[in-house]
Write a protein that binds this ligand. Structure first.
Ligand SMILES: [Zn+2]
Length: 439
């Protein structure tokens, strides 16, 4: 594998434990691993990238998405969640083939590479095909098959088999960039037996549990009506609450539910854009999660409810949402938001020893942001670089994306995929799926 030197970056935002921001510094990557961070001096490498005019930072981590839903982008917007799901999304999903999911995942991968995301957590169907797309794209994927049994034991049996099959498939792939995650969809689509099975499976196989929790007020109201308790209490009571849980959304939680998550060591994937677009109503209690020691990562959710996979937008919206909601501009600073999109996101995946910061020994997952663009000018000083990245930068400022020391995009030219070809295929698949439903 060629060695890679990113030479003389204007700034390196390390996101290490001291949150160091280095001036005029370089990063050397060998065998996909960061070997040095600091002055380049006389270092050389097989591939040298000029970092002048650029800010290097760890690749962004999207902790909750449904990649193949890129095919449904813009198809059904401005609707109530249940109508949206029942009338628009579920009928389309019933028609999806493995090839559709592959094409949708390629499209999502191209978008992520071009917007500075290097690692992500996915949940969907036909995951073997999603894994194929991820392998080709060069991205780092934590992939889960979405288990939905609708309280039907025959369906539950089939879903468990499909999960096991995907687990075996990922093991056979033996690709260090592709990791298996178990994906019981939610407490309202999975029976208690399936949720319990999922917890035990995750413990036995030492994997993460990816689940949707408390996305809407209705979910909590239904839970109260059916079981006389709240969602986290229910998960606790049936024995399914787990420290391996990566709970997406967690919009409607009480303080005591947040404390329960903190106590077991569960993690949260916060998806502010999707929550706002679907008008979930509540705002995830992030400051309380922080207090309770819950590891939080940021996510976009699928492109049908966002409608992008843009983590720069997600960072900014996250900061603005919580400031507006609490009437307090100090409640959430730029550094905290960047942490959630990088090192804390990695922690939420249990992968903080491998990714999430630019440090010696970590994987070479790095992006370069163009600091010379008008919207990034002026970059005043070390203390303002983080603000610039969160409040001023956009996905279009991402110049270079690197995963495992491999350059996936340089000068905004994607190398690992042909985005135009992918877009044509995606257009074709979307047209066939949506058919005559659009005017
Ligand atoms: Zn979701």
């Amino acid at each position: 594998m060629p060695t890679l030197l990113i030479k003389n970056c204007d700034w390196i935002v390390s996101q290490n434990s001291k949150r160091d921001v280095l001036r005029n510094a370089s990063v050397l990557i060998e065998e996909g691993v960061i070997r040095s961070v600091g002055k380049a001096d006389s270092q050389s490498a097989d591939v040298v990238l000029d970092g002048r005019g650029k800010i290097a930072l760890p690749g962004l981590i999207n902790t909750h998405t449904h990649l193949s839903m890129t095919l449904f982008r813009g198809f059904a917007d401005d609707m109530q969640l249940q109508d949206w799901l029942q009338k628009k999304i579920w009928p389309l999903e019933a028609k999806l083939t493995g090839e559709d999911c592959y094409v949708g995942a390629l499209l999502g991968s191209a978008e992520m590479i071009m917007s500075g995301t290097t690692g992500f957590v996915d949940m969907y169907f036909h995951m073997e095909d999603v894994a194929r797309a991820v392998a080709e794209s060069g991205l780092r994927g934590f992939l889960s098959y979405g288990v939905i049994d609708l309280f039907d034991s025959a369906k539950a049996k089939k879903e468990k088999e499909l999960s096991q099959k995907f687990f075996d498939h990922v093991r056979e792939l033996n690709n260090p960039r592709i990791r298996f995650v178990l994906g019981p969809h939610s407490p309202y689509t999975c029976s208690p037996e399936t949720l319990l099975w999922a917890k035990e499976f995750a413990e036995r196989k030492n994997v993460l549990l990816h689940v949707h929790v408390a996305e809407t007020r209705r979910e909590q109201a239904d839970m109260q009506r059916q079981h006389g308790m709240r969602v986290i209490e229910y998960l606790d009571k049936i024995g399914a609450l787990s420290g391996r849980m990566l709970a997406a959304h967690c919009v409607w939680l009480t303080k005591s539910e947040v404390n329960s998550l903190g106590k077991v060591g569960a993690r949260v994937a916060h998806c502010p854009v999707s929550n706002m677009k679907l008008a979930s109503g509540g705002v995830a209690p992030l400051p309380e999660m922080f207090e309770a020691g819950v590891a939080v990562g940021l996510g976009t959710d699928g492109a049908a409810s966002n409608n992008t996979l843009d983590m720069f937008e997600t960072m900014k919206v996250c900061a603005l949402l919580h400031k507006a909601h609490r009437w307090d501009p100090t409640v959430l600073g730029a550094q905290k938001v960047l942490d959630w999109a990088t090192i804390e996101g990695a922690r939420a995946l249990g992968a903080e020893r491998e990714i999430g910061s630019i440090e010696v020994g970590k994987k070479g997952d790095i992006i370069l942001v163009d600091a010379s663009a008008p919207n990034m000018t002026p970059v005043h000083a070390k203390s303002t670089v983080i603000s610039d990245l969160v409040y001023s930068a956009s996905a279009a400022n991402v110049d270079t994306t690197i995963v495992d020391g491999r350059v996936l995009m340089r000068n905004r030219q994607v190398k690992s995929l042909d985005p135009l070809r992918v877009q044509l295929k995606a257009e074709e698949a979307a047209r066939r799926l949506v058919g005559g439903q659009l005017g």
